[in-house]
Design a protein around this ligand. Structure first.
Ligand SMILES: [Zn+2]
Length: 352
């Protein structure tokens, strides 16, 4: 029995890791069922740097799509110290690249090829500013001397403020924000339509206790790491605010269970299978269901200069808890453990 339901414009996921090969085939249907488009992260091994590589990867994604499903992958270029700005421009003009992603070197998973000196990217950023190509940023300092819980706020202070000053017309998305400082900065500075932020579903639900108290939970470990509760509360306020500078990006990042549950477990949480349901629940509990569509489906396309999707999707709140509906996703000999919501989930996507 449905206790409540909401029909919204079909959402887009503005930040997702689809991987490649067998992993791609296993995880893609979860994203394609819920999202019409997604900004696909380029941190494969090797990373997606050139237009030619992005075309190959886009084709691989489309051919991994189950029959009868429609989905549009939007490709991001992986910025390196020696990226070719002309190829980047060509890829953007030819609608192969929708954006370019900046990983400060060593900031996160597969960021070894990332940018070592942001100042040396001047020609690339100037070109992107001129052609209107958005810059997506993993906003953490890669400097190992900075405390891991401070790396995002330090990035805002030491790098992002300067980027905004030097390239005021460059469209920037600060990805997967986790701090009150980032939320406040984007809420203020984003009013001009050139700065926005994505917020993940898991950062709306977990704080650092969820990862570290009562035993270490490797499946709640991601980068940027979850912060104190006051930051989680600030993220909820930002997401439900209706502000056009905040929109959905799951950062769903599947890893084999053995790579998460080991002596040096890797960062990343797989949420493609329940992120939309979590957003619905969070907005519902905040009394802000009327803002859900803006966050999931309207603010993102508006920022990127795209039309909202034509299709609709319906979510309903049932009586049954769906939190443990999916125990794992099998990939060959491996399995991926989906994010376990710390609160009971009652919202589900209604099949069309
Ligand atoms: Zn990511």
């Amino acid at each position: 029995m449905s206790l409540a339901h909401i029909t919204i414009t079909k959402p887009d996921d503005w930040h997702v890791h689809l991987r490649d090969g067998e992993m791609l085939k296993a995880v893609l249907p979860y994203t394609a069922r819920r999202f019409a488009r997604a900004m696909v992260m380029p941190n494969l091994k090797p990373p997606v740097v050139t237009t030619a590589q992005a075309k190959v990867y886009r084709d691989e994604i489309l051919s991994a799509l189950p029959k009868g499903m429609s989905f549009e992958p939007l490709m991001a270029a992986y910025l390196t110290d020696d990226i070719d700005p002309c190829d980047l421009e060509r890829g953007f003009n030819d609608k192969v690249f929708a954006a370019a992603k900046l990983y400060p070197v060593h900031a996160t998973t597969n960021s070894e090829s990332g940018v070592t000196q942001i100042k040396s990217m001047r020609l690339v950023f100037e070109k992107m500013q001129r052609i209107g190509m958005p810059l997506l940023i993993h906003g953490e300092m890669g400097d190992p001397s900075i405390d891991i819980f401070d790396r995002e706020s330090a990035f805002v202070d030491r790098v992002l403020v300067g980027l905004r000053r030097d390239y005021p017309a460059l469209k920037i998305v600060l990805e997967h924000i986790t701090t009150r400082q980032a939320a406040d900065y984007v809420a203020d500075e984003g009013r001009g339509g050139k700065l926005a932020a994505t917020i993940t579903a898991h950062h709306l639900l977990i704080n650092r206790n969820s990862m570290l108290a009562g035993g270490m939970k490797p499946h709640n470990y991601c980068l940027p790491v979850a912060k104190r509760e006051v930051h989680r509360q600030a993220l909820i306020r930002a997401a439900v605010s209706g502000g056009g500078m905040f929109f959905l990006g799951t950062d769903s990042a599947p890893h084999p269970r053995t790579a998460k549950e080991c002596a040096c477990g890797c960062a990343g949480i797989f949420t493609a299978c329940n992120a939309l349901e979590i957003y619905a629940q969070v907005f519902s509990e905040a009394g802000a269901l009327d803002q859900l569509e803006r966050f999931t489906s309207l603010n993102g396309p508006a920022f990127y200069g795209l039309s909202a999707n034509k299709d609709k999707i319906t979510l309903e709140r049932g009586q049954d808890c769906i939190s443990s509906d999916l125990a794992s996703v099998i990939v060959g000999q491996q399995e991926i453990i989906p994010f376990k919501s710390p609160i009971n989930l009652f919202w589900r996507v209604v099949d069309q």
